[in-house]
Design a protein around this ligand. Structure first.
Ligand SMILES: *Cc1c(COP(=O)(O)O)cnc(C)c1O
Length: 245
């Protein structure tokens, strides 16, 4: 009898191979930095990729998934639940408009992009309405004073304290750490060193800030060298994305 081809098998093999290569990079970077692999979480950033990829990566052992646009994230999370893929931790990593707080608070477990006091209030109310608690990271703008500052979001380092203070006061939100994207045109290692300094300073006032979300496909080694606990990896795991609309 002829074997039925399994359409998922090819994709599963590709994802497994890419995960293996990623794990090798992470292991090498951990060894170079004298760090323990167990202290680092890989978040698969699945934006533009289908829920079936989430399912396959989940079968390959990943538990943490990231999205950067509310509409896409909301429908993908629902689709995963419909396929019986549950028990995942969803990370919202994109810039967050205040009016999307209600939606994001309904499915996200961790919001990486909290960068202003107004957003803290909106997220706190929204989480309360859903009866949920959210872990929140303060996004730091490391492109401070540079022309490419616009667009990525993030609090200036000098503004971070007031966002932390607001999060620490919020009923439904837990101040869990910091997040940053290395700016274009700056060595990632310098940017992540500044993030590590700032994190150390903030953490001495707010001990719950244990998370450093830094490092993407192109710069995860530099992030690991400077204390990242969470890597947000898209392309290295899932392949190249279609260009942004
Ligand atoms: C897309 C995205 C990533 C993943 O980037 P890759 O270069 O594909 O690894 C990480 N963080 C944020 C905020 C993103 O939007």
């Amino acid at each position: 009898m002829q074997q039925m081809p399994d359409p998922a098998a090819g994709r599963r093999a590709v994802l497994a191979a890419q995960l293996e290569q990623l794990e090798a990079r992470v292991a090498t970077a951990c060894a170079a930095a004298g760090r323990d692999r167990a202290d680092i979480t890989i978040i698969a950033v699945t934006k533009t990729f289908p829920a079936t990829d989430v399912q396959l990566l989940c079968e390959l052992g990943l538990t943490d998934f990231g999205e950067n646009r509310d509409q896409e994230a909301a429908s993908k999370v629902a689709e995963c639940a419909g396929m019986g893929v549950t028990g995942l931790r969803w990370h919202f990593v994109g810039q967050l408009q205040t009016n999307k707080s209600r939606s994001v608070a309904g499915y996200a477990d961790v919001v990486h992009s909290v960068d202003r006091v107004r957003l803290v209030g909106a997220l706190d109310r929204a989480a309360g309405e859903h009866g949920r608690r959210l872990d929140c990271l303060v996004q730091i703008d490391l492109a401070e004073g540079r022309s490419d500052r616009a667009g990525r979001g993030g609090a200036l380092p000098a503004e971070a304290d007031q966002v932390c203070a607001a999060l620490a006061e919020a009923e439904q939100l837990r101040l869990a750490g910091v997040m940053a994207v290395a700016p274009q045109g700056v060595a990632a290692t310098d940017a992540f060193a500044r993030l590590a300094d700032l994190h150390g300073r903030l953490r001495s006032s707010y001990p719950s800030m244990t998370v450093v979300s830094a490092g993407m496909s192109g710069d995860l080694e530099a992030a690991i060298a400077h204390g990242a606990t969470h890597l947000r990896v898209g392309r290295a795991l899932l392949g190249s994305r279609p260009p942004l609309r």
